[in-house]
Design a protein around this ligand. Sequence first.
Ligand SMILES: Nc1ncnc2c1ncn2[C@@H]1O[C@H](COP(=O)(O)OP(=O)(O)OP(=O)(O)O)[C@@H](O)[C@H]1O
Ligand SMILES: [Zn+2]
Length: 605
Amino acid sequence: MAVDSYIKHMFGPGADNFVQSKVLLVGAGGIGCELLKNLIMMNIGEIHVLDLDTIDLSNLNRQFLFRHKDIKESKSKTAIKAVEFFNYTSKLVSYHGSVLDKTMFPLSFFQQFSVIYNALDNLEARFYVNRICLYLSIPLYESGTTGLKGQVQPIYPYISECFHCVPKETPKTFPVCTIRSTPSKPVHCITWAKDFLFSQLFGEGSPEDVPTPDASEFTSKGEAEASANEINELSDLRKLVDFSKAGDHDFAVEVFNKIFITDIERLLKIEDLWRSREKPSVSKLGDYEQYLASSEDATKNRIYEPDASEQSNVESIIKTYVVSCLRLADRLRSGEKLEFDKDDVDTLRFVMATSNIRSLIFHIPIKSEFDVKQIAGNIIPAVATMNAIMAGFSALSSVNYYLEKTNEERAAKSKMLFDSSATDKVVNSSKLAKPNPSCSACSIVKGTVELNLKELKLSDLRDSLIEKYKYDDEVEIMTLDARLLYDFDLEENLEKPLSDFLEDGTILLISDSDERLDMIELYIIDNFASSGIDLPNLTIPPKRVIEDDGEEGNLDEDELIEDGLLVEDRKDEKSNDGNQNVSSVIILEDDNIGEEPAAKRQKIN
Ligand SMILES: Nc1ncnc2c1ncn2[C@@H]1O[C@H](COP(=O)(O)OP(=O)(O)OP(=O)(O)O)[C@@H](O)[C@H]1O
Ligand SMILES: [Zn+2]
């Protein structure tokens, strides 16, 4: 049976809503490939697929639309080609680019979609799409897996929790002193090699920009001083990289001597550090000077491929270090911008070799290239079945979108789905929670405004804001990333054109210096054809006082009711502006998925 007849058979007249919808799928990786197949089987009218990446060998085990011949091809384009033989009627469109790219995907691009499905692997892009969906009141179906954990969250903007409502766990961090002076585990050395050494020697930006850790982050004054010296000297080495010549093998030797000999000797002098710890020692590096010298030949053509049995051998580790160091210096000199990428063999091997040399010095077990890749890339192996299950739930939970009429009804029928840790239960579900009233994404009144940024001055915008929103006296204008453009103390920008500070897609936070009205958020659309300033109709609520009630976890029944009232209030306040009203949203959990959503709630008086 063709897909369309099958859907008609299952849903009767409701099937028309599937075929009349135009949806966006962000991410064509593990979950995205599965979800594309599901959406096609649901006979969705138009499916647009967006992904920034190309296919990698390591994707093939689970991203079932891709084959070996597709390596290096665009994921979104290949995914669409791969489903050509399905018996479907959906119109498919692909985009190769980052969803964060405002030139390629301005706000107006997202407006054409009735639903957005996220199948992403990082928080930045997830938060971004969540905010776009809030601006446009588009339901969002968020999905994510981490190993054997997974979650699907339908987000109906302003009706249910948004992706930002619940604080997300951030990756585990280690104390600076452990990383810089007293590592005791392989992960400490790998973090040092990746986040400190690699980024200072080869990373973007001037070495002087690298912040020096605060002295309070170290256990002794001597340690803080040693660390500051290390950083200054590394800056000098970075300059050497920039000015080194292609045949310059000495550079790698110089870096080695500084980081593994001089810096360690400096640490050894801080006796306090070694009272209860084994002192670092270069004795396990054997005849390292000889190894460095003999690596010169291998480095001429910049190729060294140790086989697996050699990987733990010190001579091989040092050769790997030298070759990767020189290859990275070559790339930097040719103008390439370098950042650590687990799939970039030069950056991976540099981190593997330097972390292992450091491990040998600190009496820590060394790790294979495979292990370093997992640890440095923060990889939790993806499980194909889990991706398939969550993609299935994402598609299934969105069926409510197509069958119900309003977002309120959709939200009431939708559930959040997540894996269960109970042995007798594989999947758990919970009703969608109300938005967190102190969420900095969905609790702030939002609007969009088209401005001719070249023509208008900051003073024009300030005056219009005061007039339109009836601020008593002054306003404060800040960008979402906390750049202050104007307040009563900062007048120097007033006569400058807006294009000096803003671009298409900049989000401004406007607050009231008198603290009478609450903050608002304005999305700037640069339009050279627009004249004047036509600010959106927004009703700004009185300034809120936020009190932390110190409670963790979901709201109890009473709080939900209280929240419900607050949400209703907010809805009314927003109702002046046509597209600022409540819409439906789907919330996804991200890489760090917990058993249940655990928001830290704050009450608003
Ligand atoms: N800003 C973005 N814009 C568009 N697509 C993105 C963006 N960020 C991530 N993605 C895509 O989201 C997808 C997530 O899929 P998945 O979690 O399977 O990751 P992967 O990169 O394919 O696999 P792995 O990380 O395990 O190597 C990837 O295809 C990735 O390219
Ligand atoms: Zn929110």
